[in-house]
Design a protein. Structure first.
Length: 365
């Protein structure tokens, strides 16, 4: 922990004798009333973390050496895991754990004689109890149930994100519709919550493990093929179209005429590291989709009425043939916050100053 205290600010302390008289130069000491902490926006973003499994007698300095090649950064390991008291909050060594078991059960041998199991409470997305907690059962008690909000046989249409980093935008909608309690929104990207940066099928209402761009459209085409009585909506990023798997899927979609599949392309012209037309040209994008047999339109992605209208049955009967549908929604990244608009940098960073946050909230209100 020595390097931790090197980060703590200094202050000058008057050197006095027992009578309070100044007897020399100021002493430079560490201000122990200050403490170091990691910014909350970093702590709440799992993308900044690397999973590490504690093995055997690993100590914080061992972990710091393995991860950072510097054992003096043990304090970073502790703070990033919200560990204040290493004696009670760090995983026990095997010897310490054995000692705990002996104190609790009398001997290690006694721990082998498990005489019953107890259930843990399980609830569905409607907060209904599926399994009551505290029941004594004679064997491990697996529970399989289909939540009516996540069952693929449910009659609702399915909305998926190919660009899974956009998943947080749908979480409040899912909460409003009762897929999970609204207080989960406050636990976004925290260990105790169920909502992650990228959606996956452990989250009620989500149907796809996102994160690897280009895979969503293939998954969506499989759902559209298997469930022709449903509309399957897949929201994709424009830079995602660099993936070859997208165009392989489009061949499949066109060949099987999956007209219940609706592809929405978020055409903001930006990727993670720059403008799409400077990195690798996508235009003429609409013509590319049409060449794969998809009926394609371009609209203002910020005009909700246009979005609703283009998917209406009346519009399809008038405008489209019986073919897969692509909507290129032209958008501005960071729309509504002036200093974010059109800036690719805000794909991976968040406002850090109070002034920026205040300005952004005011402009969005």
């Amino acid at each position: 922990m020595a390097s931790y205290f090197r980060q703590v600010p200094d202050f000058e302390y008057v050197n006095r004798d027992s009578d309070g008289k100044n007897i020399g130069d100021f002493l430079v000491v560490k201000n122990l009333f200050k403490r170091i902490e990691i910014r909350q926006d970093i702590l709440q973003n799992l993308a900044f973390f690397t999973e590490y499994k504690i093995v055997g007698d690993d100590r914080p300095d061992n972990v710091a050496f393995d991860v950072y090649d510097d054992e003096t950064l043990d304090w970073v390991v502790l703070l990033s895991n919200n560990i204040i008291n290493i004696q009670t909050e760090w995983p026990l060594t095997q010897a310490a754990f054995d000692e705990f078991l002996v104190k609790k059960y009398g001997s290690i041998e006694n721990t082998y004689n498990i005489h019953h199991y107890e259930t843990r409470e399980v609830r569905d997305s409607q907060n209904r109890i599926i399994v009551q907690g505290g029941l004594k059962v004679q064997s491990p008690y697996p529970v399989t149930f289909y939540d009516d909000k996540t069952d693929f046989n449910h009659k609702e249409d399915i909305v998926m994100f190919g660009k899974a980093h956009g998943s947080p935008s749908i979480y409040p909608i899912l909460a409003d519709k009762g897929y999970f309690p609204k207080d989960e929104l406050d636990k976004y990207c925290r260990p105790e919550g169920i909502l992650r940066l990228h959606s996956d099928w452990t989250i009620p209402g989500c149907h796809f493990v996102g994160g690897s761009l280009g895979n969503g459209i293939g998954y969506a085409s499989g759902l559209a093929q298997a469930q022709r009585d449903k509309n399957i909506y897949i929201i994709m990023g424009d830079a995602e179209l660099y993936e070859g798997s997208v165009w392989e899927s489009l061949m499949y979609i066109s060949h099987h005429n999956l007209n219940n599949l609706k592809i929405i392309v978020d055409r903001n012209g930006l990727g993670t590291i720059g403008q799409t037309e400077k990195m690798l040209k996508l235009e003429p994008l609409a013509d590319k989709f049409r060449s794969f047999g998809c009926e394609t339109v371009e609209i203002d992605g910020h005009d909700y009425d246009s979005l609703r209208g283009v998917f209406s049955s009346e519009y399809r009967l008038r405008k489209f043939s019986d073919s897969p549908q692509v909507v290129i929604a032209k958008t501005t990244k960071g729309k509504g916050v002036s200093y974010m608009e059109g800036k690719w940098e805000y794909h991976t960073i968040v406002p850090s100053s109070e002034e920026d946050i205040k300005q952004g909230m005011e402009e969005l209100s």
